[in-house]
Design a protein around this ligand. Structure first.
Ligand SMILES: Nc1nc2c(c(=O)[nH]1)N[C@H]1C(S)=C(S)[C@@H](COP(=O)(O)OP(=O)(O)OC[C@H]3O[C@@H](n4cnc5c(=O)[nH]c(N)nc54)[C@H](O)[C@@H]3O)O[C@H]1N2
Ligand SMILES: Nc1nc2c(c(=O)[nH]1)N[C@H]1C(S)=C(S)[C@@H](COP(=O)(O)OP(=O)(O)OC[C@H]3O[C@@H](n4cnc5c(=O)[nH]c(N)nc54)[C@H](O)[C@@H]3O)O[C@H]1N2
Ligand SMILES: [Mo]
Length: 756
């Protein structure tokens, strides 16, 4: 593993003392309330609360401290002693706050009071909860329900989400996009159509049995650090890890476990990847095609023993067409499109062929592309060739982002009516739910641009900052009649308001939620389809906060006609009653939910594809023959780059904890473009120079960000990297996965211009 002295990088392993310092820096900044350490000790353990950071599984036998640097930061960020009060809003106008950074806005601390936006003074002013609910209900009643959007950001519990989606349907729409629409919606659509399950087929135990793990575009060290423990264990028992990623991400190279005193003291970690292939952005269809070609060739060479023909004959369709396509695709094109050499791809293919059980892991590096569907379909092809789906130690493993984003989809938060048991819901609650397609995130953006969206409710999140084409959408956002944001902290999305606008502060998951029926538990679903109860213990940040469930119920009661089967008050007093309803709607998966929610390791709701029961149209698992080899449809051209937007370990999405991307060696700044030294030379630029990036979508809209600093970095030619969300204005809303409409935040076509 060579080090290029001309590029910036981090010279230590992931984990280790660096991660401990990372947590300390957040603690010093946030001065979390006394007792936060006690909360951390209970994090991700039965009877404790489930981390609000990522969705990685919670093991049956947790570590003494079952949290990572990011989970600790997320908890301290929520339990901060800073408060964002009515006095703060009296001091600063909303327009003034728009010039603040994402970090500075959230750093003000927890929101304490319900607030109404007063357009006359351009300030948020305090209001009562009753006033807020009455006014929201009155506004919603005057508009066509089909023009209202109920968004959720993947954190709210199964109980709240179930009630929220029911509220939307009682009111009259399926416009229920959640953050999944910008994230793993490509997974839901692709896996559902190819293997008949919208979620991954692996469980945590599979990582104890697999012989190889193939990683595509998932940055475990930064984004799901607790994954590094099972990964390290797997490597130590001889499992091979092969990584495809344009960036040499530290966590997939070396890891020092902060839970291991010997490693901490000696500074000697575990090497993770045995093969690391720096595929160019958008090059995975080609790279995986190369792997598959190698498997076909080895099958011939080894006398027909490599491909699992029996499995394919019994379980799959489309194999022959795919075989013909692989034969017809030349290595020359594969090398050109992937940016990898045939020798490197074949060496990786050798690991695949030699392994009995293989897991395919992936993240945003596959989903957030114009041909994200085909990216994932190619990974499915590769796995199916050797029967690596539906047996222990093997499978497909999309790593989900938000802690309950998968669960929200499971319990009805979906704009796709075909994914929701609407007949069951109709019978259970005695009303006719809408059956038409609701709006995805991209549909909402387009609806805002053409003026057909009139109300937006955000159950958490920072929609306006997370979407593409932000600079075009911010001004039209304010034409809406009603905007409501339910949040813990102030963010940029709260600074653009409809004619009537409310900012409603809620409890965080680590906080005690005492209702008529006593302290309330909530539940969430992790990336492995396991359901966990979560009990908050901390004193709420302010006495004026309400739980998300109470806020949803408050809005619903003010908006929809009373329904004897939907007792909002009773549900708000005792969430167990909502769990009974979830168990009724989704009986097979959620039966006895109240009794099972504290099972160690969570209860498993099952997955048909894991059992090799394929709930697809053909009843079989599907081989796909993609028509393209590049995951983008923008041709290569002189001066055009493929921009990848990524996260640092010092942020959680639009929440910017600080300015240290320790694992990439970038400190104190985020206004950067990473570029390889040869590309810098070719473009006649120099390290440290300030430039502008401009969008190159070719649709006539100007997209530009000025003043970015060039940082030399080890990357494939033509691939450049910058930070999300700062660079979102460069992404055209039309740049999305063609099948699922997930915005394509990777391989964004851009050019470089002189800074203004
Ligand atoms: N600390 C932290 N943790 C988080 C989050 C956070 O913001 N901060 N966000 C959470 C959320 S919501 C999510 S969805 C997950 C996201 O976690 P990831 O799925 O890891 O998402 P990204 O950070 O976008 O990084 C994607 C990775 O794909 C690589 N990549 C980019 N383009 C390509 C490509 O064309 N091919 C291949 N093979 N690789 C590519 C990038 O170099 C990067 O390593 O993390 C969750 N956890
Ligand atoms: N360019 C680019 N764009 C991207 C991505 C990318 O990789 N590149 N990634 C996409 C992905 S994967 C995702 S998931 C989206 C994320 O989009 P969102 O989920 O909408 O954004 P977050 O930044 O996670 O939301 C942060 C806000 O949530 C609120 N919050 C925090 N905790 C709670 C809580 O417990 N309850 C409530 N009600 N509110 C809370 C706080 O006010 C905080 O400011 O962004 C997407 N956008
Ligand atoms: Mo995400």
């Amino acid at each position: 593993m060579t080090k290029d002295p001309k590029t910036v990088e981090y010279h230590s392993a992931t984990g280790g003392w660096g991660s401990v310092r990372g947590m300390r820096d957040t603690a010093l900044r946030e001065r979390p309330s006394l007792g936060a350490l006690d909360t951390l000790r209970r994090q991700n353990k039965t009877g404790g609360f489930m981390c609000t950071s990522c969705a990685w599984g919670k093991p049956k036998h947790p570590h003494a401290f079952e949290f990572c640097e990011n989970g600790a930061k997320a908890t301290m960020w929520e339990l901060t002693s800073h408060r964002c009060t009515p006095e703060f809003f009296a001091e600063h106008s909303v327009t003034e706050l728009r010039s603040w950074s994402d970090h500075d806005l959230e750093h003000q601390g927890r929101l304490t009071h319900p607030m109404r936006y007063d357009a006359a003074t351009d300030h948020y002013v305090p209001c009562s909860w009753d006033e807020a609910f009455a006014s929201i209900g009155a506004e919603l009643k005057t508009i066509n329900p089909k023009s209202a959007i109920f968004y959720a950001s993947g954190r709210a519990s199964l109980e709240t989400t179930y009630a929220y989606a029911l509220f939307a349907r009682l009111y009259g729409h399926n416009n229920l996009p959640d953050s999944s629409n910008m994230c793993h919606e490509t997974t839901s659509v692709t896996l559902n159509s190819l293997i008949g399950s919208p979620v991954g087929t692996c469980v945590l135990d599979d990582f104890e049995e697999c012989d190889a793990i193939f990683f595509f575009g998932q940055n475990a060290g930064t984004n799901s650090p607790r994954f590094l423990h099972p990964l390290q264990k797997a490597v130590q028992r001889g499992c091979k890890v092969v990584t495809f990623n344009p960036i040499r991400e530290k966590g997939l190279i070396e890891f020092i476990s902060p839970q291991n005193p010997a490693q901490m003291l000696t500074g000697k970690g575990t090497q993770i990847s045995c093969n690391y292939l720096q595929v160019r952005a958008g090059g995975d269809i080609a790279a995986i095609m190369g792997l598959c070609k190698f498997v076909f060739a080895e099958h011939e060479r080894q006398g027909g023993t490599v491909i699992d023909r029996a499995f394919i004959a019994e379980h799959c369709t489309g194999f022959d067409a795919f075989h013909a396509l692989a034969d017809a695709t030349s290595w020359e094109r594969i090398e050109q499109e992937s940016g990898l050499s045939r020798a490197d791809i074949e060496a990786a293919g050798r690991v695949y062929v030699d392994a009995k059980r293989v897991i395919g892991v992936y993240g945003m590096g596959l989903t957030q592309h114009v041909h994200g569907f085909e990216n994932i379909a190619m990974l499915v092809n590769l796995l199916l060739m050797r029967g690596n789906i539906g047996r222990p130690g093997a499978g497909i493993c999309p790593v989900r982002g938000h802690s309950n984003v998968q669960g929200q989809r499971t319990v009805g938060m979906s704009e796709k009516p075909e994914l929701v048991p609407l007949d069951k819901i109709a019978a259970q609650f005695g009303f006719e739910p809408p059956r038409d397609q609701g709006m995805t995130t991209v549909d909402v953006c387009e609806g805002l641009l053409d003026g057909t969206v009139h109300a937006f409710i955000g159950l958490g999140g920072n929609f306006l900052r997370a979407i593409p084409d932000q600079s075009r959408i911010e001004p039209v956002w304010e034409k809406m009649q009603l905007t409501v944001q339910i949040a813990t902290k102030l963010n940029r999305g709260h600074l653009f308001n409809g004619r009537t606008a409310y900012l409603l502060p809620c409890l965080g998951r680590s906080e005690e939620d005492i209702r008529a029926g006593g302290p309330q538990t909530v539940t969430i679903e992790d990336s492995f389809s396991h359901i966990h109860g979560s009990l908050g213990h901390r004193t709420p940040a302010s006495e004026h906060l309400k739980s998300e469930m109470a806020i949803v119920a408050g809005m619903a009661m003010a908006t929809v006609a009373p329904n004897p089967n939907v007792p909002w008050e009773a549900w708000t007093g005792d969430y167990a009653l909502v769990r009974d309803q979830i168990a009724e709607t989704y009986h097979e998966q959620f039966h006895d939910m109240n009794a099972r929610m504290f099972e160690p390791g969570g209860f498993y709701r099952g997955n048909s594809a894991r059992e090799r029961e394929w709930k697809t149209e053909s009843g079989k698992a599907v081989f796909t023959s993609p028509e393209m080899l590049a995951a983008t449809d923008v041709a290569d051209a002189d001066g055009r780059y493929r921009l990848v937007t990524v996260r640092s370990n010092d942020q959680f999405n639009t929440t910017i904890y600080g300015y240290s991307d320790r694992l990439r060696g970038i400190e104190g700044k985020r206004d950067v473009v990473l570029m390889n030294p040869a590309d810098i030379d070719r473009a006649g630029l120099r390290a440290g120079q300030r430039i502008a990036l401009v969008g190159d979508a070719g649709d006539g809209h100007a997209r530009r960000i000025d003043g970015l600093e060039i940082v030399p970095f080890n990357l494939p030619d033509g691939t450049i990297v910058g930070y999300y969300p700062e660079l979102n204005p460069l992404i055209a809303v039309t740049h999305h996965d063609r099948q699922s409409k997930t915005p394509a935040a990777k391989a964004v076509p851009v050019r470089i211009e002189a800074a203004a």
